[in-house]
Design a protein around this ligand. Structure first.
Ligand SMILES: [Zn+2]
Ligand SMILES: [Zn+2]
Length: 171
């Protein structure tokens, strides 16, 4: 089993220009704030696949992994799980200008964990839901509409003046 990695030294691959290697690593992913909720990756360590290719002056990198996030459904707050496929690329070409530098690469030292975390935030769906057709919560009473009957509706809120009148009547 690959060891847990925060950073990976690409230099130790000793790639020459045009050569590529695929490396399996294990990364610990942190919990995640998303849409005001907290989501946890399932499993303490996530296997990630790193493709590293040496270019004439730098590296071309690809990071891939699948992860399941669990946390509250953004509509009904019940438990939800989302499987997310992450596929991210970075190019690092020293001397090629800022846009060709990877923020995750310092010399040959690749910040695998930071990259994996940021790439996940870019791969998130618009919403994490318990199921695609989750009905969410009733805006009036907060009932879970997945469990409520299909005819869950509310009368218009009574006019407070009539409410006062009816109180008088029942005194
Ligand atoms: Zn839901
Ligand atoms: Zn309701």
């Amino acid at each position: 089993m690959a060891s847990l990695t925060d950073t990976f030294d690409l230099g130790r691959l000793q790639l020459s220009s045009g050569q590529a290697r695929q490396i399996e690593l294990q990364v610990a992913l942190d919990r995640f704030e998303f849409g005001g909720q907290t989501y946890s990756p399932e499993g303490a360590r996530v296997p990630v696949l790193l493709d590293a290719a040496r270019t004439s002056h730098g590296y071309s990198l690809r990071l891939r992994y699948d992860v399941v996030l669990s946390g509250p459904c953004m509509r009904c707050l019940e438990d939800a799980r989302a499987r997310i496929a992450v596929d991210a690329r970075e190019v690092d070409q020293p001397g090629g200008g800022d846009e060709l530098r990877s923020p995750y690469l310092d010399a040959d030292e690749l910040e695998v964990r930071a990259w994996a975390h940021d790439a996940l935030s870019l791969a998130l769906p618009a919403q994490i839901v318990c199921r695609e057709d989750c009905l969410g919560l009733c805006a009036t009473c907060g009932a879970n509409l997945n469990e409520a009957s299909a005819d869950h509706v509310h009368e218009q809120a009574p006019d407070p003046r009539f409410a006062k009148l009816s109180e008088l009547r029942f005194e």
